[in-house]
Design a protein around this ligand. Structure first.
Ligand code: SF4
Length: 345
């Protein structure tokens, strides 16, 4: 299967400014040296804790954020090397479904205005054509022509998310980023929206990047996935392989945190100590070493390479890949004890 989206060594850093705006105090390293490919027609999951860089990475894919380094290729073309008009045209083929259906819709616009707005921006001005298209889109997402002149406040959360989805597919995109599309919804409508996304994906031959905290949703939806921690990829590849045999200690902890009812296999419970460190000053070596239950002394200074350990299964961990052949301090492969993992030591 060909890749519709390819990221090559993408980093996204944001400056931190102090009292004087022209003085840079530091940098938030939101995404660091990420390379991955999303295949056409698949659902690719992006998983990790809040602040791990998932949303920044997705915004970079759709051209909303320019990478500090690296390349974003959409259908093989470097997005940021395109002339302005070409870039705008390409951007229309990529759309986003947002997390919060309450704040993502303008409360002063009725459904017709909300769903037709992208068409108006594209230059469409024939009212009849637009009305027919909006009705068609509403029916696709489970609403009807009777909803055309109602306002967002007249709808439930699930219905508003359906409006957001109709709007996102209004320009016939091929690539959609679903940024936590069900996390703000009641559990009762959660499954309905996921099923609608699956139905539309098949019907319209869409490719999704599906961002979620919820590994049960990712297991249900995704063909492949990437696990992020503090701006870096920890593990990536085929979703079935990762769920059946997670190799990175962070992925193992995330899967262990999911309710048992979603997984039939016996799993060891792993409780991670502490919080995610600051992305302004990420730890050297493996970014996860301060919280890793299996950390070795060398993990503190030597960053692990992101390597393919079996077909379509990549991991960044010295436990799996071994340490590189270089001069390492004595005892580098000995387990680190809790006291050694206090940040700053
Ligand atoms: Fe843990 Fe070391 Fe693997 Fe990082 S490289 S996940 S610290 S064992």
């Amino acid at each position: 299967m060909t890749e519709i989206m390819t990221l090559r060594n993408v980093s996204v850093h944001f400056p931190v400014r102090g009292f004087l705006p022209f003085l840079k105090k530091g940098e938030i390293q939101a995404v660091s040296d990420v390379s991955l490919g999303v295949r056409r027609g698949e659902i690719f999951g992006l998983v990790g804790e809040s602040g791990c860089g998932k949303t920044t990475l997705a915004n970079t894919m759709v051209g909303l954020v320019k990478p500090t380094a690296g390349q974003v290729l959409f259908e093989g073309v470097d997005l940021h090397s395109l002339p302005r008009e070409e870039f705008k045209k390409t951007r229309r083929r990529m759309q986003m479904i947002f997390q919060d259906p309450f704040s993502s819709l303008n409360p002063r616009f009725n459904v017709y205005q909300l769903v037709s707005e992208p068409m108006v921006i594209r230059g469409e001005d024939d009212e009849e054509t637009m009305k027919a298209r909006v009705v068609e889109l509403l029916e696709m997402v489970g609403l009807s022509a009777q909803d055309l002149y109602r306002y967002p406040s007249d709808f439930s959360g699930g219905q508003r998310q359906r409006i957001g989805i109709a709007r996102a597919i209004s320009l016939n995109p091929t690539f959609l980023v679903c940024d936590e599309p069900v996390s703000a919804l009641d559990v009762s409508i959660h499954a309905q929206i996921l099923n609608l996304l699956l139905e539309l994906q098949e019907r319209l031959n869409l490719t999704y990047v599906f961002i979620s905290h919820n590994l049960a949703d990712v297991k249900k939806m995704c063909d492949r996935l990437a696990v992020m921690y503090l701006g870096k990829l920890m593990e990536a590849g085929d979703a079935d392989k990762i769920f059946a045999r997670p190799l990175h200690p962070y992925t193992q902890a995330l899967i262990a945190a999911v309710l048992d009812i979603y997984f039939s296999e016996e799993r060891e419970i792993v409780v991670l100590p502490g919080d995610t460190p600051s992305p302004i000053n990420p730890p050297p070596g493996c970014r996860f070493w301060q919280r890793c239950p299996k950390a070795m002394r060398g993990c503190k200074t030597v960053p692990p390479a992101f390597l393919e350990v079996e077909e379509d299964h990549f991991v960044a961990c010295h436990l799996v890949n071994g340490f590189p052949n270089q001069d390492l301090p004595e005892g580098f492969d000995q387990p680190m004890v809790g006291r050694e993992k206090v940040p700053g030591r």
